[in-house]
Design a protein around this ligand. Structure first.
Ligand code: UD1
Ligand code: CA
Length: 436
């Protein structure tokens, strides 16, 4: 085996590429034992299929063709206009699935990459390398990824010739004992020369199980005297396919680690990466410290030099620089620089704009939901919210306002005003002092 180099990266696409991506996502995912279609199960908060769509977008400007079947309408609704769709009414195998895209793509591009909708850890760089190698391949119509697996179970095995070239992919069910011992396997990711692909799909023989295997194209190409190239994936985790919820948790752990490592290398301290849950796309400034059991979800951006956690969840929020947020839940909120939220209690801040230098005492809650609609809480600069304050939204507190411990604030508080009690009433006007 040659040990193909993994090529890299950013400047590969100076010329517009003539490439289409087909994503196979028609299968039922029976082993998930779920009413939700497999490819819509969330990984780090995002449906699996969207990872494949984003991978496709990273390598081709054209929307990928998504082959849908099981729960097609739900999948379409989730992916929306990011993809083109073809329907595979009966799941007659991976070769049959790709054939459904022929009408949409024939005559479109020079190359076609095929990936699955349930392989979220694959890297766009691997697809770029695949495409580049196939483009350079004068001797054959297929370049594929391969993988050296500790436990090859379930995968098709790669059969190589003496000289190292790929001869065939043998499905596990059809493999001899000798072939079962092969540790190089097929993750199911290929780049085809488009014209060859479209003229050979109908040459795939039907299997004893009544299916059409895409993998048989390798044997067909070799029979024609062509060379099938392969690139071996360096990180076996890339090829983790999700078939069960056990696989889903494994993939989540790998992705969590990848995301946390990227933040650490960019200057964020993560005290316990195994207990820190950061969704893809979250931004964090340097010198921010994240304490254990902290969750940063959705569309969240955190500034520099903050301390977050322990035991804190921040969802769809923007946090300024130098904020300290402990033992709290913050959702849909904007928190300006140098605010303290918590600690030693439990706070919930939903749909809030928190002004610079504001201190939110332990146990503060924004009562943002009246059972029908959500309402906003706004505080000015340097506001002091005493412990256990209920802010009944919609409500606004002016600059320098303060609330006493246990206040239930139902009306707006003017600037530099202290309110106390249930419901909160004005105690006094003030410039600097704060009630404890
Ligand atoms: C396939 C490969 C096998 C490889 C493995 C990697 C074939 C014949 N075998 O096997 O060599 O090691 O993937 O995971 O290709 N799908 C459809 N329509 C179909 C059938 C499948 O859309 O009619 C989709 C599924 O939703 C799934 C993907 O294709 O996302 C793979 O299908 P699956 O049945 O899991 O293939 P394997 O038998 O695992
Ligand atoms: Ca599979």
């Amino acid at each position: 085996m040659g040990g193909w180099p993994i090529l890299c990266c950013a400047d590969l696409w100076e010329e517009p590429v003539s490439l289409d991506v087909v994503i196979l996502a028609a299968g039922k995912g029976t082993r998930m034992k779920s009413d939700l279609p497999k490819v819509l199960h969330p990984l780090m908060g995002k449906p699996l299929v969207l990872y494949s769509v984003e991978m496709a977008q990273a390598v081709s400007e054209r929307p990928p063709v998504l082959v849908v079947g099981h729960a097609a309408d739900d999948v379409k609704q989730t992916v929306g206009e990011a993809a083109r769709y073809v329907l595979q009414e009966e799941q007659l195998g991976t070769g049959h699935a790709v054939a459904q895209a022929q009408e949409a793509l024939q005559g479109s591009g020079d190359h076609v990459i095929v990936i699955y909708g349930d392989m979220p850890l694959l890297r766009a760089d691997s697809l770029r390398s695949l495409y580049q190698m196939q483009q350079a391949n004068q001797a054959g119509p297929i370049t594929m990824l391969t993988l050296i697996a500790d436990t090859p179970r379930g995968f098709g095995r790669i059969v190589r010739a003496e000289g190292g070239s790929v001869q065939a992919i043998v499905e596990e069910a059809d493999a001899t004992l000798e072939q079962l011992a092969i540790s190089e396997v097929n993750p199911g990711v290929y780049c085809f020369e488009a014209a060859w692909l479209w003229s050979h799909l109908d040459k795939i023989p039907v299997s004893p199980k009544g299916e059409y295997y895409l993998t048989d194209l390798v044997g067909l190409a070799v029979d024609e005297g062509a060379t099938v190239n392969a690139i071996t994936i360096e990180d076996p985790n890339d090829a983790l396919g999700i078939n069960t919820r056990v696989h889903l948790a494994e993939a989540e752990a790998v992705m969590r680690q990848r995301i946390n490592e990227a933040h650490m290398l960019a200057g964020v301290t993560i005290v316990d990466p195994a207990a820190t849950y950061i969704h893809p796309g979250v931004e964090i400034g340097r010198d921010t410290v994240i304490q254990p059991n902290t969750h940063l979800w959705g569309q969240t951006a955190v500034g520099a030099a903050c301390v977050l956690g322990p035991d804190t969840t921040i969802i769809d929020s923007t946090i300024g620089d130098r904020c300290e947020i402990r033992y709290s839940v913050v959702e849909g909120a904007t928190v300006e620089d140098a605010c303290d939220i918590g600690p030693f209690g439990f706070s919930y801040l939903g749909d809030a704009d928190i002004g610079e230098g504001t201190n939110i005492g332990a146990g503060t809650i924004t009562c943002n939901y009246d059972g029908v609609r959500k309402h906003k809480t706004v505080t000015g600069k340097n506001v002091f919210i005493g412990s256990d304050t209920m802010l009944v939204a919609p409500v606004t507190l002016g600059d320098g306002a303060a609330t006493g411990a246990g206040a239930v604030v139902t009306k707006d508080v003017p600037p530099d005003t202290v309110v106390v009690g249930v419901p909160a009433r004005i105690l006094r006007r003030t410039e600097k002092e704060h009630p404890g």
